[in-house]
Design a protein around this ligand. Structure first.
Ligand code: NAD
Ligand code: AHE
Ligand code: ZN
Length: 369
């Protein structure tokens, strides 16, 4: 079938909206009509060429919502008409990871997913007869996409897809990192580095956990008002200080925070986020994605003296079992999605969503098909 799609033909170049060909779903696969998709910084990261797993040409996008159109042989968990969120972190329930009870990182389709291929090693997308790669197992920048059955979360059809698509990445990642990875408790002090979609979701999660103090840190003061509305008790701009930001936070908090979250993808900030943690127990969670060749460093003494460095992917959330419940929470008003959606655009203007992100003017732009 034909599908309108925003294709990343080359790294560092704008996406091109063209009509691609989408082949039918094969065994264990699902064809989805994407109705809406958010644009996450990770899409920009991969488009920039910094992602070691970036392959081109590809259909990017991983924060979508849509409706099942057709299922391949053997698919039983969804049927045409079901409303779904594609998952870049699959959940097969069968692999060593899924059975461990220790992680949401499912291994069932991850190897082929990282190569831009479907689990059988081929692609369902083509343009002028040439193959186009998939991305993160989701490729939501196409009106029609094919994903593995294990990469589909079925949700309440009454949920507004133009909002709950954000559970495909940003909101789930931030809120999940607070509850599943850090396990923030009432009264804890939290520092959040980077106040984009991910950082704001961390703030929303920390507020749910009744953290005592939530310090939002960003170089762009334009991000502070919304951060405060969503629960930040303090906002700090590193540019306003002439000493390292970790020293500023340690002084503000009588020795450091209980938890910090890096939501930028900057290895220097990752160090600062670790070093602003309290001696003896402070934990820092890396959420930001850093480019090829980048490495983190600190003095081992920081860990010897009790600070903990950890990371979080998709907020530690198991998508097929847990996303439907998070969608229900948003429908009950327990998770507010409206503040994240600063812009709405048609697919034809998707490059403006990237411009708005790079200019620091948006939190999330939702693309409407
Ligand atoms: P974003 O661009 O919307 O937000 C980033 C924020 O960081 C911006 O407000 C920017 O002003 C701020 N910033 C940049 N440099 C800074 C610095 N040196 N000090 C303080 N603030 C600074 O991005 P986003 O969509 O919120 O994504 C954030 C990061 O999280 C990205 O690296 C993205 O790839 C990553 N991510 C990871 C996961 C995961 O599962 N681990 C999921 C989603 C996104
Ligand atoms: N491809 C990159 C790593 C990218 C990465 O870390 N992705 C996050 C999700 S970002 C969503 O916006 C993630 O979940 N990682 C775990 C996984 O299995 O990919 C690289 O460095 O190769
Ligand atoms: Zn993302």
């Amino acid at each position: 079938m034909k599908s309108r799609a925003a294709v990343a033909f080359e790294p560092g170049k704008p996406l091109q909206v063209v009509e691609i060909d989408v082949a039918p779903p094969r065994k264990g696969e699902v064809l989805i009509k994407i109705t809406h998709t958010g644009v996450c910084h990770t899409d920009a990261f991969t488009l920039s060429g910094d992602d070691p797993e970036g392959v081109f040409p590809a259909v990017l996008g991983h924060e979508g919502g849509g409706i099942v159109v057709e299922v391949g042989e053997g698919v039983t968990s969804v049927k045409p008409g079901d409303h779904v969120i594609p998952l870049y972190t699959a959940e097969c329930g069968q692999c060593k990871f899924c059975k461990s009870g220790k992680t949401n990182l499912c291994s069932s389709v991850r190897a082929t997913q990282g190569k831009g291929l479907m689990p059988d090693g081929t692609t369902r997308f083509s343009y002028n007869g040439q193959p186009i790669y998939h991305y993160m197992g989701t490729s939501t920048f196409s009106e029609y996409t094919v994903v593995a059955e294990v990469s589909v979360a079925k949700i309440n059809p009454a949920a507004p897809l133009e909002k709950v698509c954000l559970f495909g990445c940003g909101v789930t990642t931030g809120i999940g990192a607070v509850h599943n990875t850090a396990k923030v408790k009432e009264g804890d002090t939290v520092a959040v580095f980077g106040l984009g979609g991910i950082g704001l979701a961390v703030i929303q999660g920390a507020a749910q956990a009744k953290a005592g103090r939530i310090i939002g840190i960003d170089l762009n003061p334009g991000k502070f008002e919304l951060a405060r509305k969503m629960g930040a008790t303090d906002t700090v701009n590193p540019k306003d200080h002439d000493k390292p930001i970790q020293e500023v936070i340690v002084e503000m908090t009588d020795g450091g925070v209980d938890f910090s979250f890096e939501c930028i993808g900057n290895v220097n900030v990752m160090r600062a986020a670790l070093e602003c943690c309290h001696k003896g127990w402070g934990e820092s969670v890396i959420i930001g994605v850093a480019g090829a060749g980048q490495e983190i460093c600190t003095r081992p003494f920081q860990l010897v003296t009790g600070r903990v460095w950890r990371g979080s992917a998709f907020g530690g959330v198991k998508g097929r079992s847990q996303l439907p419940g998070m969608v229900e929470q948003s429908m009950r008003g327990e998770i507010d999605l409206d503040p994240y959606i600063t812009h709405n655009l048609p697919l034809e203007r998707i490059n403006e969503a990237f411009d708005l992100m790079h200019e620091g003017k948006s939190i999330r732009t939702v693309i409407h098909y």
